[in-house]
Design a protein around this ligand. Structure first.
Ligand code: C2O
Ligand code: CU
Ligand code: CU
Length: 482
């Protein structure tokens, strides 16, 4: 890729997209593929009327390449994108991250996928005897659709409080996605790129009255697990990824759905409006967002936790002989180990006037909440207050391991796989983890950074809620690695 163009395609509805310029051809809304160790060397061109950044979610990058919004790319400006992919094979993603504009730009379509591969990853495809086309890489988002048309992003104070929820799923940008696959194993790498919606992913056999089709969890945010885990459903909150294998032999069509669940959105106060001084200098992406929706065109949204259809796998071709057994070992993943150090305590709170808080403070761009020594091993104790919401908390730059959960709410606890209360997705490397109201999580972190020149000196990173309305609503802190 020579250039990554960030452009608006519809000024009325405010739709945007990434275009990869490869020299000989241009690919709109590209899914990038890299092998571990590959280099990215491209120019980002911002053709939006707003500042933007390109953040590679999940990758370990220097502050200058992290695209976290410390130094946004102004309208009409360009910026070099130059780094080495050092992370494990897995599904990562890239998205806009200019503070105050993140939710609007991601919702507009500025989110793309990056698949990182390596030998272990290819060996798995071979072991599954995947038919061509049976490995799918999908971004799951939601949008408000009325009369077949996407509504622009214009969040109310209530949307700012709970998050912006749509009424239909968008899969790689398309409504009603139907994906042709062949009989046998299907490997799905799925990213939840919704602004705020949590998904309780399950598969249903369309021919057998929606009977649940079991699947195997192969990997999480940071790549493959040590061994596959058999499941019937899995939580996937905003920014989380899963890698799953599902045997569709004997099925004609398999529907991927988010099952209904109680997401436990509770607040004492009623609403929250975002005020961003930066926003006053730039127009919104959608002209239509300025005026209210035409009368009688109110859009019924589906709240967080509502059941929603995601996509359908249409199984073609003759059923083949039984697909091969899943390998019992997927990757070399060390056990999560806790450092001896006393945990760093981090509290998540909501205040009717101040909004969402991390350790009682709203985001300040110029503040560094704490510093960590390069190479340090830490344990973080993340506690969400009892009257709260599920917060998918994301750490830039460093994958982490979940050690233990306490106070987990029922539907999530029902999925626990061990005595520490860990969920199936907690068995892998994570960069985003949902913390339910009243829950406490213990995370193991390793702040080793590459020895590169790019990483020399102090590096600033962010820790924030990936409900993007909460993120723009100041539920974010900066920290430094020194
Ligand atoms: Cu996916 Cu700070 O971002
Ligand atoms: Cu990130
Ligand atoms: Cu949140």
């Amino acid at each position: 890729m020579r250039r990554l163009i960030v452009e608006r395609t519809d000024a009325f509805l405010g739709r945007c997209r990434y275009v990869a310029d490869l020299g000989a051809q241009r690919i709109a809304s590209p899914t990038l593929v890299a092998r571990r160790g590959d280099r990215m060397d491209a120019i980002v061109e911002n053709r939006l009327p707003q500042p933007t950044t390109v953040h590679f979610h999940g990758l370990t990058l220097s502050e200058a390449q992290d695209g976290a919004g410390f130094d946004a790319i102004g309208p009409g400006a360009t910026r070099a994108l130059r780094f080495e992919v050092k992370n494990r094979a897995g599904l990562y993603w890239f998205h806009a991250h200019p503070h105050g504009f993140t939710a609007e730009q991601v919702h507009a379509g500025l989110a793309g996928l990056l698949v990182v591969t390596d030998d272990e990853d290819h060996a798995l495809d071979t072991a599954l005897a995947l038919a061509p086309g049976n490995r799918l890489v999908l971004a799951l988002a939601d949008a408000r659709v009325a009369q077949g048309v996407l509504r622009p992003y214009a969040p109310s104070a209530l949307d700012c409080l709970h998050g912006w929820f749509g009424n239909r799923a968008l899969v790689n940008g398309a409504l009603d996605a139907r994906l042709p696959v062949a009989s046998g194993w299907v490997r799905l790498q799925l990213a939840n790129t919704c602004n705020a919606r949590g998904l309780l992913l399950a598969f249903q056999d369309g021919e057998r009255d929606g009977a649940s089709v079991p699947f195997f969890l192969l990997g999480t945010d940071g790549g493959l697990l040590a061994a596959p885990v058999p499941l019937e459903r899995v939580f996937l909150y905003s920014a989380e990824r899963v890698d799953v294998a599902i045997d569709v032999s004997g099925c004609r069509n398999v529907a991927a759905v988010s099952m209904p669940f109680d997401p436990r959105h509770q607040t004492r106060g009623g609403s929250l409006a975002h005020r961003h001084p930066a926003r006053e200098q730039y127009p919104p992406l959608a002209a239509a967002g300025i005026c209210a929706a035409p009368a009688g065109e109110a859009v019924d949204t589906l709240p967080d936790g509502a059941g929603i259809a995601l996509f359908t796998l249409n199984v073609g071709g003759a059923a083949r002989a039984a697909p091969p057994q899943l390998p019992s070992k997927l990757s070399t993943l060390p056990e999560a180990v806790a450092a001896d150090a006393t945990p760093r305590r981090i509290r998540l709170d909501f205040d009717e006037r101040a909004g969402f808080l991390i350790d009682q403070a709203p985001y300040r761009a110029d503040e560094i909440a704490f510093s960590v020594a390069r190479g340090a091993h830490e344990v973080w104790e993340l506690r969400n207050s009892p009257i709260s919401m599920p917060h998918p908390m994301h750490l830039h730059g460093f994958g982490f391991r979940v050690l233990r959960r306490r106070g987990t709410f029922g539907p999530a606890r029902a999925l626990a796989v061990d005595g520490s209360g860990r969920l199936p997705t907690d068995l892998g490397i994570k960069d985003t983890v949902v913390v339910w109201p009243n829950e406490t999580l213990w995370l193991a972190l390793d702040f080793a950074l590459p020895e590169d020149a790019a990483f020399r000196g102090r590096q600033r990173y962010m820790f924030h809620c990936h409900n993007l309305e909460h993120e723009d609503g100041m539920m974010m802190r900066n920290f430094a690695v020194t």
